[in-house]
Design a protein around this ligand. Sequence first.
Ligand code: IPM
Ligand code: MG
Length: 379
Amino acid sequence: MDYVRHFETLVKEQLARVERMKAASDPVSYAELSPIVIGVLGGDGIGPVITEVACRIMEYSLKDELASGKVEIRKIDGLTIENRAKAGAAIPEEVLTEIRQCHVLLKGPTTTPRAGDEYPNIESANVAMRKELDLFANVRPVQVPDEGIDWTFFRENTEGAYVLGSKGIEVTADLAFDFKVITSQGAERIARAAFEFARKNGKTRVTAVTKANVIKTTDGKFLVICKEVAKEYPEITFDDWYIDIMTAKLIDKKRRTDFQVFILPNLYGDILTDEAAEFQGGVGTAGSANIGSRYAMFEAIHGSAPRMVAEGREIYADPSSMIRAAAMLLAHIGYPQKAAAIYQALEKVANHPDYRLTGRADGVTNQAYGEYIMRELEK
Ligand code: IPM
Ligand code: MG
């Protein structure tokens, strides 16, 4: 490989992305859209089953809006690992065309091939969708009311260690490079999203997490931009931590409740949000919003759990991550009360002794879990 040329191409692509970010349009106003089109993609593994449960709850909450035509739900097939492997693409072209005709998406987990497994080593569908639709803000709330935990993570979603994750260079058999990219525009928009959220929701503290002492150029830039944006929000306390000590602080019961809103580059956000979700009951309970100015996509934070499917246990998979994702979608398109009702029902079912999800036949099925929630919403 001509690696100098390869690097030159990467630089040009990234410079072009900077120009596109500079020209970005204002965010969509859902109140002005009719209908608001919600695309639903089941994904792989446990994805179709848990997405179906979440989708039925969403349909139930939106029954008036669906009847009046204010909202439309479209099921989109084809985002499966088999189809993606066949097309040799992270997202097959015809699926992408359908996705682009929607405004928001509810997406089940998709299998990401790894080197050495039965599928071609194509890019993750999540990562491709985030880049393709420019979903720059990955917003991941984690709440454990009994322990005073109320965190919202703003993970940068379109650059960092991920953007060129499939475009590293193997210079010789002994020398491999990957790249990490931070742009001023990319850092500024995620920082601004975090501070705007803090301001609108009465949060008093925003914390940036980097490794700027070592990864000086990219994390360094990320941190400088966060500090600049912070100046525009004088009512909010801003501080910054390194990722290593932050992973430790999250398990420090005395200190962790002080944190409220986090801003992180992509990879640190990936890691820290799995850790954080564990306090809430595991990744199976956590929803995730991927927000851009034109599109938004809502998903679980976990993978497709092929092992559960291989063992025939998908009907017992925890659907609460996807139900939370659906609630986040509803809040995003202008129905915060409907979202709040779903969160309340989730809280109730999680504490109900007869509705324990164990992932196995000694627990409840995800369908029964969903039906309980719908009965709660009816009340
Ligand atoms: C997540 C997931 C993805 C990521 C994987 C499936 C590519 O772990 O959404 O956090 O790394 O972003
Ligand atoms: Mg992750």
